[in-house]
Design a protein around this ligand. Structure first.
Ligand code: NOJ
Length: 609
């Protein structure tokens, strides 16, 4: 396998235009959800000091970048994704001095830090929004204000400007008594959407971003950034507004239509992203940006991340993590490897020549993959399926992301009661679907929550087997803000750290491969088999160097697809143990398995061809 020499990376591994072969072309990012990572003061909520105290663990894993979910001042309606002051740290997480210390300590270990940037919306408690409630203020049109429908009583159902529903349940419009108008919120009613049509809004956002970059952070993960531009007609009407020129889509079963078709990847998005790049990043180096892009497809990803277009370095696409959900997020569709392959193929092929991909299955909004698509019912299968999905993410071409605890194979929460959930999305969805619109039974909704609820990813990090998993002191006065998964007694960092067969050690090898193999960092990606129901196989190629990745993404024995067998039948010798770069079981087992043409449950193998 070719060893990595960054200056020798081919053009296809290039990227942000400012620097050829940017550092992030072979970097691995680790996401921290601060509230659930490490509590240092016994109040039951993770904090900045706690993160700093765990930096050696993160450095040992070998990752290059930390993505820090929001720690800004916030009423915490959506756990910090509702920001009331972008330039202050929320006291539950610590102080600005703690933030500076974290930056300094991370940098001292060679780890960069990118912060979450939440600028599609602010909190309703942000000073900008408070001013905007006064129609005579300078900030009167910093948000999307609209009058009630004529002839309707403001605040009563049916008076909303259009029929859009919020992604967190109910109408996307909230009536404000003080202003006497409605404001748009695609997310909760405490998250009003900023009006990016207004240049003063954009300038204020860029000023704030520059302030953070000057303070020493290394870039941003941009929350739902592709929703900042909305479709409006020539007179400024949104779709479905009375007197507007654009029709809305019909309302769905809950009585609302989705804003997505008009708010995702909207008409001015490229213009706004280019402007942001010019105003904040153009003169800087060494940074990286990743935009969250729900509803954006692989083809648009290619455009937005093409360095020539000077927009963003990479995007998070979501089609591949939507394959087990139906029309609503709460409809369970059986996991099918063919659908996963179809989505990943589209994503990889679109950035074959230009642009870049980010690689993930887990984050703070996605349930733990080992419970979602793998098997957490036995220790052996849990560990093996966790490794298989790790292999899947880390062997594609792009920048891989590890979500805290994924490297331990942490599982879903397996909550059975509504009062165990903390997330407003889950709680609102239950109320709306089960109690108000009555479109789902209680039992089926609880099942959907257990599978897809975001709290599955938010239970405290499992550091050890003590009472609160080492997330907070066992004798602390407070209690964790959300319960610790009881399986922390077996599944925890302390138990895995020195075990060469652990999921943690496997992830270290994956990170190491990304750093040291040019083939993994930059090799071209090609699908091997197109329709197997269990096995997902692809190759990576760089010059004469080639590897095969074969994964049985099922809990049953699988036969090797013919196309994989043909690839292996080169040369006179059988598959040798020394050709196995990595296996979710072990090299001896996997060499034999490939020779025999079959894979065990969740067996994944990387073979040097
Ligand atoms: C996407 C974030 O990842 C999610 O956690 C949040 O609730 C919404 N954006 C709204 O900010």
């Amino acid at each position: 396998m070719t060893t990595l020499n960054r200056s020798a990376l081919p053009d296809s591994a290039r990227t942000n235009g400012a620097t050829p072969n940017p550092w992030w072309a072979n970097a691995v990012v680790y996401q921290i959800y601060p509230r659930s990572f490490q509590d240092s003061n016994g109040d039951g909520i993770g904090d900045l000091k706690g993160i700093t105290s765990r930096l050696d663990y993160i450095a040992d894993l070998g990752v290059d970048v930390i993505w820090l979910s929001p720690v800004y001042q916030s009423p915490q309606d959506d756990n910090g994704y509702d920001i009331s002051d972008y330039q202050a740290i929320d006291p539950i997480f610590g102080t600005m001095a703690d933030m500076d210390e974290l930056l300094e300590q991370a940098h001292a270990r060679g780890i960069k830090v990118i912060m979450d940037l939440v600028v599609n919306h602010t909190s309703d408690e942000h000073a900008w929004f408070q001013e905007s409630r006064d129609p005579d203020s300078d900030k009167a049109d910093w948000y999307w204000w609209r009058p009630a429908r004529e002839g309707k009583t403001p605040g009563e159902p049916g008076a909303e400007p259009n029929q859009w529903g919020s992604y967190f349940g109910g109408s996307a419009w909230q009536y404000d008594e003080q202003r006497g108008e409605y404001f748009l919120h695609q997310y909760s009613k405490k998250q009003p959407d900023l009006n990016w049509e207004n240049p003063a809004v954009r300038k204020a956002v860029y000023d704030m971003m520059n302030w953070w970059m000057d303070r020493g952070i290394d870039g941003f993960r941009m929350d739902v950034i592709t929703q900042i531009s909305k479709v409006v007609d020539a007179d400024g009407h949104l779709p479905g507004e009375p007197g507007g020129a654009i029709d809305d889509y019909p309302a769905g079963e809950e009585g609302y239509s989705s804003p997505y078709p008009f708010c995702s990847d909207g008409p001015r998005i490229d213009e706004f992203l280019k402007e942001m790049r010019r105003e904040v990043f153009e003169k800087r180096g060494g940074y990286m940006n990743v935009g969250e892009a729900p509803g954006v497809d692989a083809v648009r990803n290619e455009f937005i991340t093409d360095p020539a277009n000077k927009e963003l370095d990479m995007l998070f696409l979501f089609d591949h993590v939507g394959i087990d959900q139906g029309d609503s997020k709460w409809d369970i569709v059986k996991f099918d490897v063919r659908h996963l392959r179809e989505q990943l193929k589209a994503q990889q092929e679109a950035v074959h020549d230009r642009g870049w991909a980010s690689l993930f299955t887990c984050n703070h909004d996605q349930p733990r993959v080992v419970t979602r698509w793998g098997d957490d019912t036995s220790e052996e299968m849990r560990a093996r399926s966790a490794k298989a999905f790790g292999m899947l993410v880390h062997l594609h071409r792009g920048t891989p992301y590890v979500y805290q605890g994924e490297e331990l194979g942490m599982t879903g929460a397996h909550f059975t009661k509504l009062d165990q959930y903390r997330d407003l999305e889950s709680i609102n969805a239950y109320r709306q679907r089960v109690e108000e619109a009555k479109v789902q039974s209680k039992e089926s909704m609880m099942e959907a929550l257990a599978l897809f609820g975001r709290d599955n990813a938010r239970t405290p990090m499992q550091w050890d087997g003590s009472k609160y998993a080492g997330f907070m002191a066992a004798d602390a006065k407070g209690e964790p803000w959300i319960s610790v998964n009881p399986n922390h007694v077996e599944i925890n960092a302390a138990a895995q750290f020195d075990d060469p067969d652990s999921v943690y050690s496997f992830y270290k090898r994956l990170v190491n491969l990304r750093h040291n193999s040019a083939l993994v960092a930059a090799g071209a990606w090609e699908l091997v088999d197109d329709d197997d129901e269990k096995v997902y196989a692809f190759t990576r190629t760089l010059g004469d160097d080639r590897m095969l990745v074969v994964l049985n993404l099922s809990g049953k024995h699988a036969e090797l697809p013919k196309s994989v067998e043909r690839l292996l039948e080169r040369g006179a010798h059988a598959v040798r143990e020394e050709d196995i770069v990595l296996s979710t079981i072990d090299a001896i087992h996997s060499a034999k398995a490939l020779e025999n043409g079959e894979l065990a449950a969740w067996e994944g193998v990387v073979v040097q061809l």
